[in-house]
Ligand binder design. Structure first.
Ligand code: ADP
Length: 200
């Protein structure tokens, strides 16, 4: 830390906020190729949590790149900085008592390890949305694969830029074998004990 920066001590602790909310706060991190299903599944998980009265917020790739990270490109260094800033933003939201859902390609293992360091391991749930590049390309939700094949996008993950798949994710969803509803159910079941609803 810089010598003249003294960390402020808050009157209300993160634990106080969780107690008031009646649930724990942590980060659900969705990683996978573009078009794999991260946003689709994250949005449905958030809706289910919201309907249970759980305080949530979603950070999504395109939205963050239009605001907080609009100065960043898709070069390896900028991808790393993109994830670092998102993790720091998520960390503040965890501190504020929210269940944060983050849907980002996040192709590098070291960057995902860094998120774990920033938010602390206990607060990090890694969800690997495992969809083959062939299927993502077939879906081509945003037309990005077509552009990448035409050479209009040069750093396209899965085509011209690597994706380092998680080796031991907390949850893995294979969208070619599981429906969105099954994926949501699996995630909700996994996080139920972690939520510690009503702090019983
Ligand atoms: P990402 O956020 O990973 O870029 P999106 O969620 O935007 O991906 O797009 C995924 C697309 O795949 C959506 O059109 C979605 O309807 C479709 N899809 C088909 N089957 C599944 C599934 N089992 N899980 C998630 N998405 C699926």
């Amino acid at each position: 830390m810089e010598p003249n920066i003294v960390e402020h001590t808050y009157q209300i602790s993160a634990a106080d906020r969780c107690k008031a909310n009646g649930h724990n706060a942590f980060l659900l991190w969705f990683t996978g190729l573009s078009g794999s299903g991260k946003s689709t599944i994250a949005n449905k998980v958030e809706l289910a949590l919201f309907e249970k009265g759980i305080k949530t917020y979603t950070l999504d790739g395109d939205n963050i790149r239009k605001g907080l990270n609009q100065d960043l490109t898709f070069s390896p260094d900028d991808r790393t900085e993109n994830i670092r800033r998102i993790a720091e933003a998520a960390n503040l939201m965890i501190d504020a008592g929210l269940v944060v859902l983050a849907a980002f390609v996040s192709p590098y293992k070291k960057d995902r390890e860094n998120i774990k360091t920033i938010v602390k391991e206990d607060n990090f749930v890694e969800i690997y949305i495992n969809t083959s590049v062939e299927e993502c390309e077939r879906r081509d939700v945003k037309g990005l694969y077509k552009k990448a094949r035409a050479g209009e996008i040069k750093d396209m993950t899965g085509i011209s830029s690597p994706y380092e798949a998680p080796i031991d994710p907390d949850i893995e969803i294979q969208t070619e074998n599981e429906t969105v509803a099954q994926a949501v159910e699996k995630i909700l079941k996994h996080i139920e004990p972690k939520l510690n609803l009503n702090h019983e």
